[in-house]
Design a protein around this ligand. Sequence first.
Ligand SMILES: Nc1ncnc2c1ncn2[C@@H]1O[C@H](COP(=O)(O)OP(=O)(O)OP(=O)(O)O)[C@@H](O)[C@H]1O
Ligand SMILES: CC(=O)N[C@H]1[C@@H]2OC[C@@H](O2)[C@@H](O)[C@@H]1O[C@H](C)C(=O)O
Length: 359
Amino acid sequence: MTELLAAPRRFRALGLMSGTSMDGIDAACIVTDGHRVLERGASVTLPYDAAFRARLRSVLGGGGPVTAVERELTLLHVEAARALLAKTGPVDVVGFHGHTILHRPEQRRTWQIGEGALLARELGVPVVDGLRVADVAAGGQGAPLVPAYHAALAADLEKPLAVLNVGGVANVTYIGPDGALLAFDTGPGNALVDDWMHRRAGLPMDPEGRYAARGTVDEACLAALTAHLYFDRPPPKSLDRDDFTADAVAHLGQDDGAATLTAFTAATAARAVEHLPQRPRRWIVCGGGRRNATLMRLLAERLAPAVVEPVEAVGWDGDAVEAEAFAFLAVRSLLGLPVTFPGTTGAPSALTGGVMHAA
Ligand SMILES: Nc1ncnc2c1ncn2[C@@H]1O[C@H](COP(=O)(O)OP(=O)(O)OP(=O)(O)O)[C@@H](O)[C@H]1O
Ligand SMILES: CC(=O)N[C@H]1[C@@H]2OC[C@@H](O2)[C@@H](O)[C@@H]1O[C@H](C)C(=O)O
């Protein structure tokens, strides 16, 4: 407590995120008082090699031994954090997401692997992890967590506004004219397309959406995919990476499959509108999916007349938003401020969260 009282009002914080795409670790620094984003600093990405990605994939679901992969994942986070600290200089706290290997909020289970204590020891900086745990224990979805940061970043932007993150899974944050938040996972992001490209073309993704652009959307398959009851369910709601499969497109050719799965992501993100209190006039898109030109075109078509643009249009860094968010949430945790809200995770009330590991 004395330590907390002595702590600076402005915190330099470093956030670390290993997302559902399993493409690597994003690390970013910000300066914040836990309410406002006072400065956004440098960021780095440490990509996973194919062999580690395969090992990480092998522990998804949590059915087998995870210790060795968890250790390796943590040491890769040490490497990513050190690379960033070399650019930014020392920080007060690190926010560590870890990697989600299981997410079953209806069973009050969510599991992010990563050893916060080891990371804190190696870096010599206090680490906050376990940011989803208290929320899920209280009956919340434990996700999405980033909306509180979207709201802080969007403080001066015109509302209502929708922020769409297209990572492995896609999630939306709606910020109403009064600042009220409504957030949920909309459906698949890039994960199904990535897996499809991996199987059919040996590629980690559909670069810029070029394969999807050459293909034709199979409307019957798209209808079968979007018939899933998840999309009718009102929020709060969240997804595990592998809640959807590409089985419905298995018989399609490489390009038509990519086109149909990309349309699936766009169609379900657009269906989020059904659950929003008002139609946003502007959608800003972060996450790797904003680099997929075919996806961006389909989103613009389905959300018209709303404007759809990458978050760079408002000066944010679409690759760093999630890592920055975990820096922000770590500071909020340190200050005992809420990190989840009834409108974001369905938490029964605004809740703080996170587990602190001393350096
Ligand atoms: N140039 C590109 N063209 C097409 N797709 C791209 C491109 N660059 C990145 N992507 C897509 O973005 C994905 C990575 O996105 P991102 O880093 O936002 O995901 P994440 O942080 O793992 O996910 P999550 O938000 O689910 O935690 C890649 O797997 C790929 O599908
Ligand atoms: C359980 C889990 O790790 N969920 C991720 C996933 O990836 C995107 C979407 O699904 C989102 O709900 C969440 O990540 C971001 C960082 C979040 O919590 O806001």
